[in-house]
Design a protein around this ligand. Structure first.
Ligand code: IMP
Ligand code: MG
Length: 180
């Protein structure tokens, strides 16, 4: 496709890694019930594939959080755009995120959720842009560590576009048509 400058992670690679993560999570949470807490909208594809490889009983909820607006860099301003539908008190919560960049979004969210007294609170991210981290957060499951480039596909967007593409790629610069 002409929007693709470079494919970073192919569809098969993603699917294989997601299977591995599912197996690991199933083992780690054996004998427990798990609440997968998906961060909208980026985590959606990852959640949908990952949950089908988890063998312990799973409940799913969603939280909408925004630190980006329409830009490609973190603003540091985080707000909840859609809150959870259920209480997480006493539950084993695993946050499902598409990518951790500065860490500001998750840092805010972790503090917000910890107050609600879950039995445990862990993070599973498909992508980790480790070199960009500004705040220290404990990441328990990582699919891939990625370089500091703006990535799209498999849930990740540029101005709400390209979430549906089944692989992760670097967008050709001529498609950066909106203000950043
Ligand atoms: P952080 O607060 O800087 O860690 O930003 C995390 C959020 O920024 C993620 O949930 C994404 O929605 C978004 N984000 C960070 N890097 C990228 C990227 O390369 N492509 C698309 N979205 C990104
Ligand atoms: Mg996101």
């Amino acid at each position: 496709m002409d929007i693709v400058k470079r494919v970073l992670i192919a569809e098969e690679e993603i699917q294989e890694r997601v299977r591995e993560l599912g197996a690991q999570i199933s083992k780690d949470y054996e004998g427990k019930e798990l609440l997968l807490l998906c961060i909208l909208k980026g985590g959606l594809m990852f959640l949908a594939d990952l949950c089908r490889h988890i063998t312990v009983p799973v409940a799913i909820d969603f939280i909408g959080i925004s630190s980006y607006g329409h830009a490609t860099r973190s603003s540091g301003v985080v707000r909840i755009t859609k809150d959870l539908e259920q209480s997480i008190e006493g539950k084993h919560v695993l946050i499902i995120e598409d990518i951790i960049d500065s860490g500001l979004t998750l840092s805010y969210l972790m503090n917000n959720l910890a107050i609600r007294k879950p039995a445990s609170l862990k993070i599973c991210t498909l992508l980790d842009k480790q070199v960009n981290r500004e705040v220290d957060i404990p990441v328990d499951y990582v699919g891939f560590t990625v370089p500091n480039e703006f990535l799209v596909g498999y849930g990740l967007d540029y101005c709400e576009l390209y979430r549906n593409i089944p692989y992760i790629f670097v967008l050709d610069p001529k498609y950066y048509t909106h203000d950043m």
